[in-house]
Design a protein around this ligand. Sequence first.
Ligand code: SAM
Ligand code: DTB
Ligand code: SF4
Length: 335
Amino acid sequence: MAVHLRHDWSREDVLALFALPFNDLLFQAACVHRAHHNPRQVQVSTLLSIKTGGCPEDCSYCPQAARYSTGLNAHKLMDLDVVLDKARAAKAAGATRFCMGAAWRAPKDRDVEKVAAMIEGVNALGLETCATLGMLTPEQAERLKGAGLAYYNHNLDTAPEYYDSVIRTREYEDRLDTLEQVRRVGMKTCCGGIVGMGETREHRAGLLQTLATLPTHPESVPINRLVQVPGTPLHGTEQIDPLEFVRTIAVARILMPGSMVRLSAGREDMSDELQALCFLAGANSIFYGEKLLTTGNPDTEKDQALFARLGLEPMPAPEPGEHVHVDLGAVESAA
Ligand code: SAM
Ligand code: DTB
Ligand code: SF4
C-alpha cells in the first residue's frame, strides 16, 4: 500500500506531541497505529553478534568498544555454519527476521564477502535478513543488496546536537551518508536510537524529528533504552522516567505511521505493564531471543507468556515482493 506520509515535521510539532496529556498522546498514537497496522501483531527479530568486541569506536554506551574495560570476550567473525545453526534455531523459536551485528567501525571488503555468504544462507532458510556492520561504501552497499540483504540497521542514536556528547570518533554526517547509500541501492533502512543517555526531552524530539524528516521514513525504527554496562562511560546515568519512555514510543508512532516501531534494547528490566503501555503506544516489533548482541534479553518463554497475556501474536513474515508500506518520500509527498 502506498501512503502519503509527512516529512516536514518541525521541532515544535514534535515537542507539542511530547507535551500532550499522557492519555491524549497514547490515544492519538493508538489510533495512528490501528489505521496503519494490525494492532495484535508484533514483528519479531532475533539478533546475533557475528563479530564481537574489539571495536575502535568510542560510543559511550557500547560494551564492545575496545577502549572501555567491560570484561567482554572479543570474538572474530563467526564461521558460516555456526551462523546458519543460530538462524535455524531462531526460526524454530518463531523469529521471522534475523539480524547479524558486527562490532566494526566499517567492514573491509573481504568481510563483506563473508557476510554476503551468510545473507544468502539465512535467506535460503526463509528468514528476512538484516545486518548492522558500521559505515558502508557505495560498492559495499551494492554487494550486500546483491546478496539479498533486505534491511540494513544503522542508527542515528540521538539528536544531532547531543551526538558529540556520546560519540567523537564518527560524525553524524557519516551516519546520514551510510543511510543514503543503503536507500540508493534499494535496501530497507532500520534506523533509530537510544534514550536514557542523559539527554533532554528536546534531544529525544530532535532524534525523532531527524528520523521523520529523512527522505523516506526508515521501515524499522528501533527505540533502545540504554542498557547500562559497567565500564562504559554511560554506566550510572540517571534512568529515563518510564512514562517518558512510553511518550517517546508514542511520538515515534505518530511521526512515522507506516514504520515498524521496535521496542528494542532494555526490555529485560521492564515490567509487563510498561511493555503493555509501549504496545498500546504503537510499538509493533521486538528483539526476541535470550540475547541482544552481548547483553541479555527476556527468555523466549517469558515473551510468549507476555504475548498470550496481552492477546498479541507474532507478525507473519511478508511474502517475497510484498511491501509493509511504501513511503513515497518527501519530494513526492510535497508535490
Ligand atoms: N558497529 C556497528 C555500528 O555501530 O553501526 C553495528 C553494531 S552497534 C552495536 C548497533 C547499535 O546498537 C548502536 O548503534 C546502538 O544504537 C545500539 N547499542 C549498542 N550498545 C547499546 C546499549 N548499551 N544500549 C542500547 N543500545 C545499544
Ligand atoms: C538496535 O537498534 N539495537 C540492537 C540492534 N539495533 C543491533 C543492538 C542493541 C545492543 C544492546 C547492547 C548489547 O547487547 O551489546
Ligand atoms: Fe563499535 Fe558499533 Fe559499539 Fe560503536 S556501537 S563501539 S561502532 S560496535
